[in-house]
Write a protein that binds this ligand. Structure first.
Ligand code: IMP
Ligand code: MG
Length: 426
């Protein structure tokens, strides 16, 4: 059994956790391949709502092993906290693994992130302030520390000492001794989870087991293909999974792109279909669109099928998953972006978007009835189906899943959709 990939098709917060939660039932491995605790995956199981940051959503469904891959950036203190919360909720965390190749986010990365945002003034990116960018900078500058380095605290202390001395010379107040002391404490909890995840994934693939690779953030936040510079620092698109976990491109059999039935964005940057009116406000309130990590109100707007077409291309999407359809219930009219007015030719989408173009909107009749009890595509209101069918055609990717509420059961799985690992006996 090969790899099933789940990626965000917008600017993050698409509800990837929901789809992973479905696919990962009975899977052997669920793995995160990039990003860090900037992510916030909300998964609701019965009465409980879990807000995951770095641990893959599969941890809640009983995936055998949950991997935080080599391509991620891990904050040891935040990871320790997340493990403790999961454990307090009765989740078995002994199957959570951190690649020894994953880079560490240390307190000075957080300070550097905040300082950089402040220095940008009005042009601030609106980062989550978790030190993600600076940690990836250190990785590329070849002065980062990896989870595997926690095995040698003397090496860590040395590296942290010299980095802090350097930062102090630039005027940043950091205390190397405090950082090392805290890290030593955290390392005791983290180290038992640190291992060679490349071998874990390889063994599973060779044994024909199913591996679910869980994307974080969204394709439009990808460091290369996103709306640069308003992007995150990691590779969020599908090909980042191989590079971030350590497997080859031929092992992937499905790439599921997850998008909301509308669109949201947190932080600054272009968003052509944004609604700054009462409809936008309604989406925010009905969809509870407030950041999982930062609590910031999310910017809301119509779905952008033109952007999704680009996202389908850069990811090789094989299936679409549309989440939160129920949030659109009761609107008299629903719109979909299908292009941009006066868009220049031969210019890639990030440059088109940077010019803040007006979207070309296609209008649809809304539906008055509630979709939250629908469990088959056929039982959705006709207008909702017309909207979704048109979307799949605009994007050029078949629609495999529709979620109509936060409960695990509130999902429509269409024929031809990748099945839960459990259902296929994989
Ligand atoms: P950073 O990843 O904290 O550096 O933030 C860079 C940009 O990505 C900001 O606009 C953030 O709001 C956005 N971002 C990062 N992670 C997520 C996420 O998981 N969901 C939504 N937006 C995110
Ligand atoms: Mg999120």
């Amino acid at each position: 059994m090969p790899v099933t990939l789940v990626v965000g098709a917008q600017w993050g917060d698409e509800g990837k956790g929901r789809i992973v939660d479905f696919l990962a039932a009975g899977a052997d491995i669920v793995a995160r391949y990039g990003g860090g605790p900037n992510a916030g995956h909300t998964v609701q199981v019965g009465e409980k709502t879990y807000k995951l940051r770095i641990v893959p959503s599969g941890v809640l469904v009983g995936a055998k092993d949950c991997i935080i891959g080599p391509g991620t950036a891990v904050s040891p203190s935040q990871f320790v906290q997340e493990l403790a919360t999961l454990e307090a909720n009765g989740v078995d965390v002994s199957r959570v693994w951190v690649s020894d190749l994953a880079h560490l986010i240390l307190p000075y990365h957080v300070e550097l992130d905040k300082a950089a945002e402040q220095a940008r003034g009005d042009a601030a990116l609106g980062t989550t302030g978790n030190g993600i960018g600076p940690a990836y900078v250190d990785r590329v500058a070849r002065r980062g520390l990896r989870a595997g380095d926690l095995r040698d605290m003397r090496k860590c202390a040395q590296a942290i000492g010299s980095r802090c001395a350097e930062l102090e010379r630039t005027g940043l107040a950091v205390n190397a001794a405090d950082i090392v002391a805290r890290l030593e404490e955290d390392a005791r909890v983290v180290l038992p989870h640190v291992c060679d995840t490349v071998a874990l994934v390889d063994d599973a693939l060779r044994a024909g087991k199913r591996v679910i690779a869980e994307g974080a953030q969204g394709s439009l936040l990808d460091v290369t293909f996103g709306t640069y510079p308003y992007v995150t620092a990691s590779v969020t698109i599908a090909s980042g999974a191989g590079a971030g976990l350590g497997f080859g491109p031929t092992t992937v059999d499905a790439v599921v792109g997850v998008a909301k039935a509308y669109a949201t964005r947190v932080g600054a940057g272009p968003f052509p279909t944004e609604l700054s009116d009462a409809t936008g406000e309604r989406l925010r309130e009905r969809g509870r669109e407030y950041g999982t990590v930062t609590g910031r109100p999310r910017r809301c707007g119509w779905i952008d099928a033109a952007a999704l077409r680009y996202v389908a291309a850069i990811n090789g999407l094989t299936h679409l998953a549309i989440t939160k359809l129920d949030v659109l219930d009761g609107l008299s009219e629903v719109s979909m972006g299908v292009g941009y007015e006066n868009a220049p030719q031969d210019v890639s989408l990030p440059f088109v978007m940077a010019a803040n173009p007006k979207p070309v909107l296609r209008r649809f009749s809304g539906w008055a009835s509630s979709t939250e009890h629908a469990r088959t595509y056929g039982s959705l209101p006709t207008q909702a189906r017309m909207y979704l069918d048109a979307l799949a055609i605009e994007v050029g990717v078949p629609l495999a899943y529709v979620s109509v509420g936060p409960e695990r059961s509130q999902i429509i799985v269409r024929k031809g959709a990748p099945a839960a690992a459990l259902a296929t006996g994989a």
